[in-house]
Design a protein around this ligand. Structure first.
Ligand SMILES: Nc1ncnc2c1ncn2[C@@H]1O[C@H](COP(=O)(O)OP(=O)(O)OP(=O)(O)O)[C@@H](O)[C@H]1O
Ligand SMILES: [Mg+2]
Length: 299
């Protein structure tokens, strides 16, 4: 049973020159409890809009999102969001930014209990010593850590992340990816994350949802990550499944994401997008070479 069930949602926006554009439609997928799901697709296909709908910050024009058996209408402290820009309150210290969230979650907690909860998550993301600093005094990576600590500190049932590492340099990104991987594994956190980065998706996700280009974007298929869950950035690429999965997703982004709507596979059913396991396929004839870093969807 999926904890989150996205059931046939569509979102339409009025166009400045008149008319209405359907950004995406017939979107169905689920996220199980404790599962880490990544959504990948080209810029503008509607990923952030889907995340906002999951967060209760936007509405659907058709279809529903069911979370924990209830329709998700409006934001909830059960679903914490990590935005691309850290969205911290600039006048508050690191600790106060987190304490604000903690005290909203548990209104009856006393100061000592709130402070202990803040410290636990500040330590967890490696910000010990920076408690009294304000966001302007922090590096981009440190700000993003505060955003992560704040989201985790309210112990949400679901963590929603919109390209949380995209603005960071490669080294910081790698460190934070591993930290998030470790924390999510330790706490069995349910996660829905948007990324443009194929390598990041394979490192972090149990399943990777592939979205076609908009308008009228759709979920083409869902890639099951058959790499063992104990993945590290340093040796993930050594696994025999790695390049098969990577090539499959890159091939989708380069070729199939664009052509999907004019060439819908005969057996494709939006209610049940195919789950594919490219890691178990034969090695490809023409491998896509590694680019030494990460391969990103246009965005
Ligand atoms: N409030 C709005 N009014 C009108 N159009 C909107 C609105 N919000 C989003 N859109 C349009 O919906 C489409 C999807 O936007 P969205 O931000 O979800 O894309 P995305 O997949 O997250 O892209 P990116 O990878 O660049 O972040 C875009 O074409 C955007 O212009
Ligand atoms: Mg976006």
């Amino acid at each position: 049973m999926a904890y989150v069930s996205v059931e046939g949602i569509a979102r339409r926006f009025a166009q400045p020159g008149g008319g209405v554009q359907t950004v995406f439609e017939d979107v169905h997928f689920g996220v199980a409890k404790g599962e880490f799901v990544c959504l990948i697709g080209h810029s503008g296909c509607g990923k952030t809009t889907i995340l906002n709908i999951l967060a209760g910050l936007d509405h659907t024009d058709s279809g529903v999102v069911v979370v924990g058996g209830k329709e998700a209408a409006g934001p909830s402290l059960d679903r914490a969001v990590i935005f691309q820009g850290h969205a911290l309150m600039p006048w508050m210290t690191v600790r106060d930014n987190i304490a604000f969230a903690v005290s909203s979650r548990w209104r009856d907690w006393d100061k000592a209990k709130i402070a202990a909860q803040c410290q636990r998550y500040i330590d967890l993301v490696g910000l010990t010593g920076a408690e009294r600093k304000k966001p302007a005094m922090l590096s981009g990576g440190m700000k993003q850590r505060v955003g992560i600590a704040r989201a985790l500190s309210i112990e949400p049932k679901m963590l929603l992340m919109d390209e949380p590492f995209s603005a960071l340099d490669a080294l910081t990104r790698g460190t934070l990816q591993e930290e998030v991987l470790r924390i999510c594994a330790a706490t069995q956190q349910t996660v829905f994350m948007i990324t443009h980065d194929v390598d990041e998706a394979i490192l972090l996700a149990d399943r990777i949802v592939l979205m076609t280009n908009g308008p009228q974007a759709k979920i083409a298929e869902i890639v099951v990550n058959t790499l063992p869950r104990e993945r590290t950035r340093h040796d993930v690429h050594k696994h025999p499944h790695y390049y098969r999965i990577r090539n499959h997703i890159v091939d989708f982004l380069v070729e199939r994401s664009r052509a999907f709507n004019s060439n819908v596979p005969a057996d494709w059913n939006p209610k049940n997008p195919p789950e594919v396991r490219p890691g178990l396929m034969e090695p490809p004839v023409r491998p896509v070479p590694p680019d030494g870093g990460s391969l990103r969807a246009a965005g």
